[in-house]
Ligand binder design. Structure first.
Ligand code: URA
Length: 223
């Protein structure tokens, strides 16, 4: 393939436009620089495939097109939705849950992180409808808590009670509505839920609704 056609194909895979549009953009001189410093209209190119980004998800946005409401993808640059391979969320957060949500276009990395045998810790801060009773820490750590409708008990989880109606819960699994269902099994109800950590990563100063790319080092720290 001629270098320009190859470049047009690459730019199209990053979501900048169709191959034809990218060939025209190249002819018009909109692509400048070389090697690792290619620019489109003067701006550095979006990351190559293999990217991972974190978002501080606001409430009211869903991770799945199957759910009602605005999608978390609306908070990213529109061309990220046109990328191939596609970008997807690493697991899901409920529409009402806020906090650390990862996205990647790396299928391998995605599967390693969401696999049932992944031991990556996820930490949630929960605000509860009723005061904690004190027995929850032992119940969640026991390794034999069964969620309704399931056949396998939950792996042990770590609960730190941080207030009368607030707690920090660290889990390694990612079952459907897991945190809400765990507190329901303990006779309580989650009123607000925020994911504060994913593996070694926390949100730092990232504001709600904002996102940023992870460095290579941060990506390796996930495992
Ligand atoms: N557990 C839940 O119940 N909801 C989430 O969004 C994440 C974990």
């Amino acid at each position: 393939m001629k270098p320009d056609r190859q470049l047009a194909k690459y730019l199209a895979s990053l979501g900048y436009g169709s191959r034809k549009e990218m060939e025209a953009a190249i002819r018009a001189g909109r692509i400048t620089g070389a090697g690792d410093d290619l620019r489109f209209d003067g701006d550095p190119l979006d990351p190559a495939p293999g990217m991972v980004l974190m978002m501080n998800k606001p409430a009211g946005f869903t991770c799945s097109r199957a759910d009602q409401g605005r999608l978390v993808y609306e908070l990213l640059p529109p061309r990220f939705l046109q990328r191939s391979p596609p970008l997807s969320t690493v697991g899901r957060l409920d529409a009402d849950t806020t906090g650390l949500l990862l996205f990647t276009d790396d299928g391998n990395l995605l599967h390693r992180l969401i696999s049932p045998i992944s031991s990556t810790e996820k930490t949630y801060e929960a605000t509860l409808a009723r005061p904690l009773e004190g027995h929850e820490t032992e119940l969640f750590a026991s390794g034999d808590l069964m969620l309704r409708g399931e056949e396998k008990p939950l792996l042990p989880a770590r609960l730190e009670i941080t207030g009368e109606r607030s707690a920090r819960l660290t889990i390694t699994e990612g079952r459907y509505h897991q945190v809400r269902r765990m507190f329901a099994a303990a006779g309580n109800h989650v009123e607000a839920l925020h994911r504060a950590r994913f593996g070694a990563l926390d949100l730092g100063k990232l504001g709600q609704g904002n996102w940023r790319l992870l460095s290579e080092q941060e990506i390796s720290s996930l495992f």
